[in-house]
Design a protein around this ligand. Structure first.
Ligand SMILES: [Zn+2]
Length: 296
């Protein structure tokens, strides 16, 4: 687990890079342009293994970034280049990763490796800076529509946009990436994490047999055709310990990536009722302790 303070410092670094190189005015941020500006040579390549997304290389004082062309998607390439720029910019990465001249990456939030996770964090902040994505998020309908809008405006991948969306939204949302009925990972917004009875889905868990994602995600042609289905299910079908409440379930085929992206949107847990007198005491306490937050 990477400490939160470390992740914050990495996000700050990405924002500093954007500001220094004049990329904070409008979307999309173009990581290939940034690499070229830094004198880094860009090289598309056919990866030796299918899960390798890109690489960072050094020869003498010259850097090079390779990006896989296995997944034919501009958003995926941009995220890959941004990830490699993370290795280039994050303080201890070059010395740790480039001792033998090159580092091959597995980006896209699938790796547990500390360096890969840190570079993914950097890439998400670089491609989707909060100040530029906030208007996009506020103007779109919660769910897959927002993610699609973010991916279009930022020229980022759908998966990276979905993860970033969960990080910043106030909506009650979870995202599950699966492959043929098996979970690869799950992420969720703060509000979703607070729902009672949510049993976190982990890598290699089965997608519940009765939800639309299971049926659609096991149809390879459907996934390859980048189809989209706006369906519905119940929260306790996904998480048996959770309440029997309706969930909007948007299911998306990710084409040549061969995965299925599922976005679950539901109502947040109701705030607990408090006695009026307690509330006013609590308000003063919270204010005095400096942890005051206005109620929504
Ligand atoms: Zn990497």
């Amino acid at each position: 687990m990477i400490p939160r303070s470390r992740l914050k410092a990495i996000q700050q670094k990405a924002r500093k890079v954007l500001a220094e190189h004049g990329f904070l005015n409008s979307l999309p941020v173009r990581p290939k342009q940034l690499a070229t500006k830094l004198g880094i040579k860009l090289m598309p390549f056919d990866p030796p293994q299918v899960d390798i997304s890109g690489c960072l290389m050094i020869a003498g004082n010259s850097f090079g970034i390779g990006y896989s062309t296995a997944i034919k998607n501009d958003g995926f390439e941009n995220f890959t280049v941004a990830h490699e720029l993370g290795h280039y910019f994050i303080d201890d990465h070059p010395s740790a990763l480039l001792a033998e001249g090159s580092h091959y990456s597995r980006s896209g939030f699938i790796s547990k490796d500390r360096f890969e996770r840190e570079a993914d964090t950097f890439a998400a902040e670089l491609l989707m800076p909060w100040t530029l994505i906030a208007p996009v998020i506020k103007s779109a309908i919660p769910g897959f529509q927002t993610i699609k809008q973010m991916a279009n405006s930022c020229e980022s991948s759908l998966v990276a946009s979905a993860i970033r969306y969960c990080e910043v939204t106030d909506e009650c949302i979870a995202v599950v990436v699966s492959h043929n009925g098996t979970v690869e990972f799950m992420t969720a917004s703060q509000s979703f994490k607070q729902l009672p009875g949510i049993d976190w889905l982990r890598r290699r868990d089965a997608v519940p047999a009765e939800v639309p994602t299971c049926r659609l995600g096991s149809n390879e042609d459907w996934v390859q055709s980048c189809a989209i289905a706006l369906e519905g299910s119940l929260l306790n079908q996904w998480f048996p310990g959770a309440s029997h409440q309706e969930v909007e379930e948007d299911v998306v085929g990710l084409g040549s990536y061969r995965r299925t992206l599922t976005v679950l949107v539901t109502e947040p847990a109701p705030e607990e009722d408090e006695d009026e007198s307690e509330r006013s005491d609590d308000y003063i306490d919270r204010w005095q302790e400096g942890r005051f937050r206005p109620r929504r």
